[in-house]
Design a protein around this ligand. Structure first.
Ligand code: BES
Ligand code: ZN
Length: 948
């Protein structure tokens, strides 16, 4: 599956690449009475870790306590500072209903607002504690039940506003009113501005992105998922503008230059799902069979590109209503394409926002992979309308309930709309990404402790999404599709308009299935990592032993309840059992009867983890491995099993549990493969092997590349550069994968053909010789020969970039600009990231294209420009810079150098990503040592190169 066109997809096995940066909160302090202290321009984490600007003592925050005080806990007496350093807000007061009035100024890029929040006080206290950040609160405006607070203290580290009243507050409900103002920032979070062109003029759009913890940057609020409340919004905007929010318009009036729009009141919902979009937009519209109105909004002139997404959206709402046994909860659904957008898409209740490439599709100008990406993204966000929005995680520890489920169920939906896409086979991309990240010591459990808001963004990663989705698939397989769906539907009904924890889901599943789900599943969600199951054949028994799999080769201590499946000689009869302890053995007499005679070979093979439904790896003894390779070559295995076998072998080789020599022999067994999914895994494994060979066996790297070309060329030749009439989706996806790989591996003929087609394209953008699908391969080919003194192809590409107004095309060009051996060109491309020419949402495209040849230059650039990067790209997106640059390296010395540098450039928002990147560098260093000691590698490569 191609997810590279979203920020999150690009992060691969790491955290979401959110492009967020923020200036420091500007608020009057306790006795300051409107005194403003600005610290603008600093990075988010840096700012939050300084106490400058707040009228409080600069003491270090107290130790954090993960659990919130329960409702009805002892009264909060004492001073405002007692609320610092807590992971969560106190529960003695909770919002019930927000009345919000906001007036964005799209020219000055500011906004003013007024909130009237109905708050229920449930225990004696003289305080109200809520979140706020980057807002200027009008101190004099604050009232609770007509009482003015005695103290108004803002703690920037904690992003909380503490209102201290003279006396204990009456129990029960009262209204808190606050006026405030803020900036429409350029950091794509909170309430921000996005830029677009309208009739040749640059315009601003006002947009919100609140997940995870940025609603507090738009209005003061209880900004935690468990504080659900009703929202009644009113917006004041220029009359010509379209203004959207979660709910339909209730009332609209125009007075002079101001249009006042009030929206219907929402049902109970979390703050991170509130949304606003204001801009010059047009739309297309559809309706579900249930009568729900669905619209796709775009910049003026692009709405017809929304047809595909609209169709998928309408179908998704219909499907999920049946699947979850609950109707879509809101009166309308809008989906909007936003020109500047940090993530790929955001599931705001009733107002889903997308970056343009994740929503807009045009038969003429979009690649086939975009179509699939759009379908998956729409299906994912709409799944959240139930799983996430209607039933919401109780705390960020349970984020995976949102993201793992939406990821899993989006495949279920897309599979039903487009059965020919074979999407469940492509789902193994997710499983692969999950297994990869989770093989690190620096991984984390699916249920991860969160101590501070600045830790949340980093867990939107391959653990929450991909491991989460994979263990759901594992569970569904274990329980059976129907039982699983029924239990899910009753879970949704039980927790609708409320919050749930992971164990709430297990409890419902257990009740509905009568199976001990909690025991089974907690080994997967509360424990990081996963096992490798070692399989040995001993007479009629298959001996199995589990051990934690770690890419650095070290033994881990984890132990799982593993749902093992086994097939022997056929898929007709499978063995299923739970491996509960360290080891066990499986009597295979019954299934072995189909296997033929094991000694004589015949049809004998045993495959564990049939169709890779389990989240584990398998290492076979030599005999079983040889039999599987034979079965593979004689086309006996399913696509998913073929993928599992090569992925496991790749991982085992990397961990030095198996030789590269063995991996290369196995790869060679795939030389007649024609399937898209299998070949796309063969492709990534091949490129990983080519990359490591550069350091491990410089003398052999040319031959290894030739061998990989030998593997990938036949299916590429079969497909050719030109699409066939009415060819299927998967072949259209496969072509660019193969051509890009061949160009990267240095296949002369492919490079020359790419250059030839690029030359024609430069003069005729409409040539049929270079449709969107094959363009990237041609761009890479053209870049291959660019140098400072021979830069016409580079100039041509920049021209294509500048002339295109399509996000997909721009991303495509950016992703090729660093594919060059000339370090000055690479530097020039990297420096584009500091200009206005590249939207900061698109920076990752450039980084993605970096190569091993110019890595020293890149690292020097990163180091030398770190302050600028921090300034423009802030905390979480810096994680992407770190990951892409550091993992180009493979030596312990380099890892040590990186550690030294970042020891003085710390930031909690990329701490996890940094540790994971360093670990990957060291794993590669160890892999290199292993490869260097392989005695038969060179000989095997020669042998395979000469072979049939
Ligand atoms: N809830 C997320 C968006 C998000 C991500 C918000 C990170 C805050 C931080 C949304 O549902 C999502 O998962 N989007 C994905 C696309 C999806 C198809 C996997 C993304 O943005 O990549
Ligand atoms: Zn999601």
């Amino acid at each position: 599956m191609q997810r590279a066109s979203t920020a999150r997809g690009a992060a691969g096995s790491g955290a979401v690449l959110l492009l967020v940066l923020v200036s420091v909160a500007v608020l009057p302090g306790a006795s300051g009475g409107g005194r403003k202290t600005a610290l603008g321009g600093e990075a988010r984490g840096v700012a939050r870790y300084s106490n400058k600007g707040a009228n409080v003592e600069a003491a270090p925050p107290p130790r954090r306590t993960p659990a919130p005080p329960a409702a009805g806990s002892p009264p909060a007496a004492g001073s405002p500072a007692q609320f610092r350093g807590q992971a969560r807000l106190p529960r003695f007061a909770a919002p019930r209903r927000y009345e919000l009035r906001l007036r964005p100024d799209l020219v000055a890029c500011t906004f003013t607002g007024a909130a009237a929040v109905t708050v229920a006080v449930s225990a004696p206290t003289r305080f109200l504690v809520l979140n706020a950040a980057d807002l200027t609160v009008d101190r004099a405006s604050i009232r609770f039940r007509d009482l003015a607070p005695k103290e108004v203290v803002f703690f920037p580290d904690d992003e909380i506003l503490v209102l201290g009243f003279a006396n204990n507050l009456p129990l029960g409900e009262g209204v808190l009113s606050i006026k405030f103002n803020g900036t429409l920032n350029d950091q794509m979070r909170g309430f921000y501005r996005s830029k677009y062109h309208y009739k040749g003029q640059m315009k601003n759009m006002a947009v919100t992105q609140f997940e995870s913890v940025d609603a507090r940057r738009c209005f003061p609020c209880w900004d935690e998922p468990a504080f659900k409340a009703k929202f009644k919004l009113t917006l004041e905007v220029p009359p010509g503008m379209v203004a959207l929010s979660n709910m339909p318009i209730a009332n609209q009036t125009v007075t002079g230059p101001i249009k006042t729009i009030s929206y219907q009141e929402s049902p109970l919902m979390s703050t991170y799902l509130v949304a606003i979009v204001v801009g010059l937009l047009e739309y297309i519209e559809g309706v579900t069979p249930e009568g729900t109105r669905v619209r796709v909004y775009t910049q003026v002139g692009k709405s017809n590109h929304g047809k595909f997404a609209l169709d998928v959206g309408v179908k998704s709402l219909h499907l999920y209503k049946d699947y979850f046994g609950t109707p879509y909860p809101l009166p309308k659904l809008d989906m909007v394409a936003i020109p500047d957008f940090a993530a790929g898409a955001m599931e705001n209740y009733g107002l889903v926002t997308y970056r343009e490439v994740a929503l807009l599709f045009d038969e003429e100008s979009s690649a086939e992979s975009s179509k699939q990406n759009i379908a998956i993204t729409v299906a994912h966000e709409l799944a959240h309308q139930w799983f996430g929005n209607l039933v919401t995680m109780e705390w960020w520890t349970h984020l995976w309930l949102n993201e793992g489920f939406a990821t899993w169920v989006s495949h279920l939906a897309v599979d039903s709309f487009f059965p020919q896409w074979n999407i469940w086979t492509q789902f193994l991309d997710a499983t692969t990404a999950g297994l990869k990240l989770d093989s690190l010591e620096e991984s984390h459990p699916i249920e991860v402790e969160i101590h501070h808001a600045n830790e949340v963004d980093e867990i939107f990663d391959a653990i929450s999404y991909d491991k989460g989705a994979s263990v759901i698939r594992m569970l569904q397989n274990y329980l059976g599709a129907e039982r699983f769906q029924k239990a899910l539907a009753s879970y949704i009904q039980k927790f609708a308009y409320s919050n749930a924890k992971t164990e709430d889901l297990w409890a419902v599943l257990e009740e509905k299935s009568g199976e001990p789900i909690k025991n089974l599943m907690t080994t997967w969600t509360k424990q990081q990592g996963y096992p490798v199951v070692n399989a040995k054949l001993n007479g009629n028994y298959l001996e199995l032993e589990q051990a934690q799999f770690l890419s650095d080769g070290s033994p881990g201590h984890g132990m799982w309840i593993v749902p093992v499946t086994a097939g022997c000689g056929s898929y007709d009869m499978q063995k299923k059992f739970l491996l509960k302890g360290k080891s066990d053995r499986l009597d295979i007499r019954d299934i072995a009867s189909q296997c033929g005679n094991q000694e004589k070979g015949g049809n004998f093979w045993i495959k564990l983890n049939i169709n890779q439904t389990g989240f584990y790896r398998v290492q076979y003894d030599d005999k079983l491995a040889a039999a599987l390779q034979t079965a593979l070559q004689s086309k006996k295995l399913s696509l998913m099993d073929k993928i599992g076998i090569v992925e496991d072998s790749h991982a085992l080789s990397m961990a030095c549990k198996q030789t590269l020599t063995t991996l290369l022999r196995l790869l060679y067994a795939y030389r007649e493969e024609a399937d898209y999914s299998v070949l796309s895994h063969i492709n990534t494994v091949s490129l990983s092997v080519a990359k490591i060979s550069v350091d491990a066996t410089p003398g052999l790297v040319g031959d290894i590349k030739q061998l990989l070309i030998k593997l990938l060329l036949p299916p590429a030749v079969k497909l050719g550069w030109d699409p066939k009439n009415s060819e299927n989706h998967l072949d259209a996806l496969l072509r660019p994968v193969l051509l890009v790989a061949l160009v990267k591996l240095g296949h002369d003929k492919s490079i020359n053909e790419g250059i030839r087609r690029f030359g024609i394209f430069v003069h005729d953008r409409n040539t049929s010789l270079l449709p969107p699908d094959t363009r990237k391969a041609a761009y890479l080919a053209a870049m291959q020969n660019v140098t400072t003194s021979y830069r016409s192809a580079y100039n041509d590409l920049l021209k294509v970039y500048r002339e295109s107004d399509e996000a997909e095309e721009k991303g495509r060009v950016l992703s090729t600009l660093c594919h060059c051996k000339d370090k000055n060109i690479v530097l020039e491309s990297l420096n584009l990231l500091f200009t206005d020419e590249v939207r900061s949402q698109d920076a990752y495209y450039v980084l993605q294209g970096l190569g091993v040849e110019t890595r020293e230059t890149t690292w020097l650039w990163l180091k030398g420009n770190w302050d600028r990067i921090t300034k423009k790209y802030g905390g979480t997106q810096q994680g992407g810079f770190i990951r892409y640059v550091l993992t180009l390296f493979a030596s312990n010395e380099k890892a040590a150098e990186f550690s030294r540098f970042f020891a003085t450039h710390k930031n909690p928002e990329f701490e996890r990503t940094l540790k994971q990147s360093l670990e990957n560098v060291r794993i590669n260093a160890r892999w290199i040592q292993g490869i260097r000691s392989e005695p038969r590698l060179a000989q095997t490569v020669q042998e395979l190169l000469r072979g049939p």
